[in-house]
Design a protein around this ligand. Structure first.
Ligand SMILES: [Zn+2]
Length: 247
């Protein structure tokens, strides 16, 4: 990728703020390391004791700078103890042979991203002056793809993931929010309604822009998703959500 002057300045700032080194890798390599395919994403991040690893889509170089800011902001939020999602498959009973770790880690990743995104978007604008209208354009086209290119998973299970993903649409600017919510409504009305309803409840209860609020929001969203599985008779696959841990 092209390391621009502003990215270099951001790297220096983050390394000193968070006291960790940053390493940048391709999404192909990141997919190998995390065990599921994220090569169509714009970026990913995770961290260990000493390093923040940022994966970028090197086939879409024009997205790299904004995505880099986006991913490091997740690392900032984790330092500020925003909801951080992990999993423990031992919390699942009676399903162990039917699922693999990468399926659970994918759900943990989805929930963690969606819950942190309202704060990430706000900081992208305030801290790095990213043009958010352009950025949300790319989000919306990615989400449209997501709705229309579904794999072979159980459809109720997919709708549960739509509810989680739909949480973050509410924090786009009005134009992009309305655009993607219209599509959500068309594709899956029940999941859409369930999502709208839980977002309203969350916003009455807490602010998702605070670390404590983000944890409450994550609990409420997870509870809603499990409940959606029960109401729609997902069966034992619904137990997969028991593995999710909100830290
Ligand atoms: Zn993100």
């Amino acid at each position: 990728m092209l390391i621009t002057k502003s990215i270099r300045a951001a790297i220096e700032q983050v390394e000193s703020d968070l006291m960790k080194d940053i390493s940048i890798i391709s999404l192909e390599y990141a997919s190998e390391l995390i065990g599921f395919d994220i090569t169509q994403y714009h970026g990913v991040h995770w961290q260990n004791e000493t390093q923040i690893i940022i994966g970028l889509n090197l086939k879409k170089p024009d997205t790299n700078e904004n995505t880099f800011y986006h991913e490091i902001l997740h690392a900032y939020l984790e330092k500020e103890e925003y909801a951080y999602i992990t999993y423990n498959r031992e919390n699942i009973t009676g399903l162990n042979d039917d699922i693999n770790d990468s399926q659970i880690s994918k759900l943990a990743f989805y929930l963690g991203s969606s819950i942190q995104h309202p704060a990430v978007y706000k900081m992208m604008q305030n801290k790095f002056k990213v043009n958010m209208a352009e950025y949300f354009d790319t989000c919306v086209s990615q989400k449209i793809d997501r709705f229309y290119k579904k794999g072979s998973e159980n459809s109720i299970f997919q709708q549960q993931q739509d509810i989680i993903d739909g949480f973050e649409y509410h924090y786009y600017d009005d134009y992009h929010k309305n655009k993607i919510l219209e599509i959500f409504k068309d594709v899956s009305f029940d999941a859409y309604e369930s999502c709208i309803n839980i977002v309203m409840r969350i916003n009455k209860k807490c602010s998702v822009f605070t670390s404590n609020g983000s944890k409450i929001a994550a609990q409420m969203l997870l509870a809603r998703v499990k409940n959606y599985g029960e109401i729609n008779k997902l069966g034992k696959l619904n137990r997969i959500w028991d593995a999710i841990i909100i830290n």
